[in-house]
Design a protein around this ligand. Structure first.
Ligand SMILES: Nc1ncnc2c1ncn2[C@@H]1O[C@H](COP(=O)(O)OP(=O)(O)OP(=O)(O)O)[C@@H](O)[C@H]1O
Length: 304
């Protein structure tokens, strides 16, 4: 454990473990305030992509979380020969994964799911405005503070998609978690920040299905094949009572054609979000193409 970290913080109990390290509670010696410290063991980073991600995590996290109330805040970073320590906002309540599991297969009520999708879209719109893609959006990385406010966490896979001059710098590499990863990532193509929107679509589907993902295989390879086909279905057994507006938004996020896929900002203007997950009242929306007047059947096929 780094000497400088131990000088500034009292280290407390372990909260959890990831692939490369451990998260513990800690308390600032100066103020008594409580935080979480994520300690990454650099010796476990065998892969060059993982090493690059760890090296830039503090910087990219700081950039993405600045003035972004929906992102876990980062306060300090320390590095020695073997460890990187990141002092972050303490968010030790149940995460979205726990919340989905706690429902035992019962779907979220639409207004509750809409509140999560809206906060997640706000978090990502903030990251994307600053040129950062998260690249690992999944329920395990959606945490909540003591007041129940959503905070997007774990910027360990995040990357800037704009260079120092603000020019588009496409990303590459198979980064993310199989159920949530976008088809262009699986295809090995260069990709942009809309990979995060795809992942939010998967998270939304899981909340509204009671935990089942939209693209699934028994192995990671089979899951990737299902993602690459991007054949989005809403089995009536599960989705019978779901509103057409909710399905429409998922089709616009889980859309294989990246150009037609929504941005995080566009999610915020969709009628399902604007109505708080209630059946939207017909009327003008921020984007005229989002009118809900068409029958549900005609919304099919909007996305490849
Ligand atoms: N800011 C935080 N406050 C409280 N608990 C946290 C915080 N950040 C992460 N955790 C918890 O610590 C555990 C490990 O998190 P970490 O981000 O290191 O790894 P992970 O996302 O589970 O796995 P991996 O990094 O391998 O994808 C998780 O259970 C997570 O919920």
């Amino acid at each position: 454990m780094g000497e400088a970290l131990m000088r500034d913080y009292e280290i407390g109990a372990e909260i959890g473990r990831g692939r490369f390290g451990v998260v513990r509670r800690c308390r600032s010696v100066a103020t008594g305030e409580e935080f979480a410290v994520k300690s990454v063991d650099k010796r476990l980073l065998a892969d060059s992509v993982d090493r690059e991600c760890a090296a830039r995590e503090a910087k990219v996290h700081g950039l993405a979380a600045a003035r972004n109330p929906y992102a876990a805040q980062i306060y300090d970073a320390y590095e020695d020969d073997h460890w990187v320590h990141l002092v972050v906002e303490l968010l030790d309540g149940p995460d979205l994964c726990d919340r989905i599991a706690a429902r035992g297969g019962t779907p979220f009520p639409e207004p509750e799911a809409a509140a999560v999708v809206e906060a997640l879209a706000e978090a990502l719109a903030g990251c994307h405005r600053r040129g950062v893609a998260h690249r690992d959006v999944k329920p395990d990385n959606v945490l909540f503070d003591a007041l129940g406010h959503l905070k997007l966490a774990d910027f360990g896979s995040a990357q800037c998609f704009l260079d120092a001059d603000g020019e588009w710098a496409p990303m590459s590499g198979l980064v993310g978690t199989p159920w949530y990863v976008a088809p262009e990532v699986v295809a090995g193509r260069e990709y942009g920040e809309k990979v995060d929107v795809w992942s939010v679509g998967v998270v939304m589907y899981m909340m509204l299905s009671g935990g089942a993902p939209p693209f699934y295989g028994d192995t990671a390879a089979e899951t990737f094949e299902a993602v690459a086909r991007a054949n989005l279905r809403f089995p009536s057994r599960v989705f019978r009572s779901l509103s057409p507006a909710a399905k429409d938004l998922m089709r616009r996020m889980l859309c294989r054609d990246v150009a037609r896929r929504f941005s995080a900002e566009q999610i915020l203007g969709h009628p399902w979000i604007l109505s708080g997950g209630m059946s939207p009242v017909e009327g003008p929306s921020r984007d005229p193409s989002l009118s809900m007047e068409s029958p549900e059947g005609s919304l099919l096929g909007l996305c490849a």
